[in-house]
Design a protein around this ligand. Structure first.
Ligand SMILES: [Fe+2]
Length: 296
């Protein structure tokens, strides 16, 4: 099994490389650490690569990278995948921080890059925009969330944090409540992706900053029920839904099996479970997607 430790970076194809670089640097506050005419790599202020942009014909997310424990033998992981019928290939120089990786396709036709060793990028000294802590989670629309959940749990050691009915899965690979979501939809594509900010005042500052940039929220701020994160959503210039969040539930101890106690939890203690399918999306009173214009 691939023992996934963290979500690393997401690779977007884009018809507008310049526009995307402007958004990810000036608005989201990531640092451009490498670029040429076809490609750009951006990292957080702390030196973690989060977004890779590749010039192309359409705006979509086509690759996701995860890190396993440093020192892990990638050849052994590839052999294990091969045994289970999953073909992978070795790739080098993926980004400035990732020299060696294995790559395979998940059942949703997304390329998954697995690497063990990572080199942090230097601090540019630039301070602008939102400057999130990290890329926190990616949510996908898929035909069969159970099939995707089975794959990520079997091959990448994800654990099921919660489900809403049988249509929305929340999976974790570390202590954060979710790193990947799979939601049942007829059309398979990205649902949204999310960056963590440090606290609620920082989320407020980010929303005010977005307003200054004439970027309006499409949903929130809300406190989710499942995961209990405070979240605010806007759309990127290429119409991807971007969530900024903080205060997400954390499973600090897998053996205890419950999320670290918080005053807003419904259960004592709050354990992974299947929530009713009509569970509100926000504890603060907004029922579901669609409450705000443009969402979904
Ligand atoms: Fe989310």
């Amino acid at each position: 099994m691939i023992d996934t430790r963290r979500l690393a970076h997401a690779t977007f194809e884009t018809p507008d490389l310049e526009g995307q670089i402007a958004y990810w640097t000036h608005v989201m506050g990531l640092t451009l650490i490498e670029r040429d005419s076809k490609r750009a790599v951006l990292s957080t202020r702390a030196g973690f690569e989060s977004i890779v942009l590749e010039a192309g014909n359409r705006a979509w997310l086509n690759k996701v990278a995860f890190q396993v424990a440093p020192g892990t033998d990638l050849g052994e992981l590839a052999a294990m995948l091969q045994k289970e019928g999953v073909k992978s290939e070795r790739r080098t120089e993926i980004t400035p921080g990732v020299r060696d990786a294995i790559v395979f396709t998940d059942p949703n036709n997304v390329l998954v890059e697995i690497f063990a060793d990572y080199e942090l990028s230097a601090d540019s000294g630039l301070r602008e925009g939102i400057m999130p802590l990290k890329l926190g989670h990616i949510a996908w629309r898929v035909n069969d969330p159970q099939k995707m959940t089975n794959f990520y749990c079997k091959f990448l050691n994800f654990r099921e944090s919660d489900w809403i009915g049988d249509h929305f899965a929340f999976l974790r690979c570390g202590s954060d409540h979710h790193t990947i979501n799979f939601a049942r939809y007829p059309e398979e594509r990205l649902h949204h992706f999310a960056f963590e900010v440090r606290d609620v005042p920082e989320l407020n500052r980010s929303c005010d900053f977005l307003a200054d940039q004439k970027i309006q929220l499409v949903w929130g701020p809300i406190r989710h029920v499942v995961g209990h994160n405070v979240a605010a959503y806007h759309r990127s210039p290429e119409d991807h839904r971007v969530e900024l969040y903080c205060e997400m539930d954390m499973m600090k101890d897998e053996a205890l099996g419950y999320f670290d106690p918080r005053p807003w939890h419904e259960d004592r203690p709050q354990r992974p479970k299947v929530w009713p399918k009509d569970t509100w999306r926000s504890r603060w009173g907004f029922g579901s997607f669609g409450t705000f214009p443009g969402y979904p």
